[in-house]
Ligand binder design. Sequence first.
Ligand code: S3P
Length: 175
Amino acid sequence: MNNVILIGFMGSGKTCVGRRLSYRLQRTMIDTDKQIEKQQGKTITEIFEEQGEPAFRDMETACLQEILETCHNQVISSGGGLPLREKNRELLGKIGCVVYLRVTADTVYQRLKDDTTRPLLQGPNPQEKIAALLSERVEIYQAAADVIVDVDEKNCVEITDEIEEAIKHYETISH
Ligand code: S3P
């Protein structure tokens, strides 16, 4: 095992932190969104448009199942909605140490207000969408997490340092 899985809302920095953490821990990194795009030969936006969100959620579950069966000593960056399904939370717990990058709605809005790659945030009033989705999800993320790191106003290096420290502690107490 010894995998580290990053969860958190869109724009919380999972990809950036995941890359840096994998470099620091000398572990390879997997990104569930990228993995799904590669397997499907489509972007996330195309998958949402052509097959809908429930089909995408099924793909996330299949992706996690594969990670559970094949991954050891890796850093996994997950899509922001992946922990919503109970089955996925169960799989996350089996895969490794779950680190929640906790971010506020304001920071997400500042980071993603011009983004066009997140289907759930397109259309009018992204600020309201972010606030509504985040408030629905906060408790789910918290319940799924072994470690919580607040990320507002911290850079990628600071966040990675904090995670490294927290993981050492987690690995000591969980073995
Ligand atoms: C989603 C988050 C996205 C991507 C998809 C749905 C969500 O990933 O999986 O657009 O439901 O929060 P990121 O968190 O990497 O943006």
